[in-house]
Design a protein around this ligand. Structure first.
Ligand code: SAM
Length: 249
């Protein structure tokens, strides 16, 4: 069943009205008709099953059938921060990482990021990534679409460290010296509902100077196993492992 994200919080109503892009998708793309059902996901993460009652030239009207019961979100609140990688890799991370349950994505300029982003265009890039996240959240039946934040400095990322319960740096050099336990230890220390920021380097990895500053600000370095993963693979490994740890019990 199709899922549509609405910008307003849930409110009990006799009927719900959908216009704009969601209207276009329901009517023109899916060619739905009255009596068909969809999920409506509200901004406060509540979702309902709703049945189409009427379709006009401008709006689709629906009535509530029932509240969605199942919990779809990771029990811990995970933010994935990526040093800006080349090409469209960040889009890939956002799409797949949304399916895997990330709550938020942050992009930042790491020292070895080769791509030089035009910061005037960050607004446009943010909008594009938000659209990708929303589509992925709809198709994976998430309760909300993850937030996207594109930063202009690495310091802006560090300023966020204190707002998380734990901050992990996925560090290739830790993996190379056989560090295998910190990721699991940090997950075991996280309470349900707790928050975790995991930071990943771009293709060139992290410089020792960056690592020093991260550690001075309370971050923990960890390896992700003996193989060196691509910049876009490592976040997906982490999200999969978190799902395994918290959801497959
Ligand atoms: N150029 C680096 C090298 O040759 O060692 C590899 C960088 S890797 C392609 C990009 C990022 O993915 C790293 O900075 C790190 O955040 C993450 N990463 C990849 N494999 C990892 C591993 N086994 N352990 C921890 N982090 C890893």
């Amino acid at each position: 069943m199709q899922r549509y994200f609405l910008t307003e919080p849930y409110e009990t109503k006799d009927r719900y009205m959908i216009t704009g892009e969601n209207y276009h998708h329901i009517v023109r793309v899916m060619r739905m008709e009255p009596s068909q059902q969809v999920y409506l996901a509200f901004s406060d993460r509540l979702a309902i099953i709703a049945e189409i009652t009427d379709i006009t030239e401008e709006a689709v009207y629906l009535k509530e059938i029932s509240k969605e019961q199942a919990e779809k979100e990771l029990p811990v609140n995970v933010t994935i921060a990526c040093g800006y990688p080349k090409g469209d890799k960040l889009e890939w991370v956002v799409q797949k990482g949304t399916e895997l349950g990330s709550h938020k994505f942050i992009g930042f300029p790491a020292k070895t990021s080769v791509v030089k982003w035009d910061y005037k265009k960050l607004g446009k890039k943010t909008d594009r990534l938000k659209k990708i996240a929303t589509e992925a959240a709809e198709q994976s039946h998430r309760q909300f679409a993850p937030d996207i934040l594109l930063l202009e400095t690495e310091q802006a990322l560090i300023d966020f460290f204190s707002s998380y319960d734990k901050v992990l740096i996925a560090y290739e050099e830790s993996a190379k010296v056989g560090e295998r336990s910190r990721f699991a230890t940090v997950l075991s220390e996280l309470a349900i509902g707790g928050s975790l920021l995991v930071v990943f380097g771009p293709e060139g990895g992290f410089s020792p100077a960056e690592i020093d500053v991260f550690q001075e600000n309370g971050a923990i370095l960890c390896g992700l196993g003996p193989r060196i993963l691509r910049a876009e693979t490592a976040p997906l490994y982490v999200l999969s492992a978190i799902s395994y740890q918290f959801e497959l019990v």
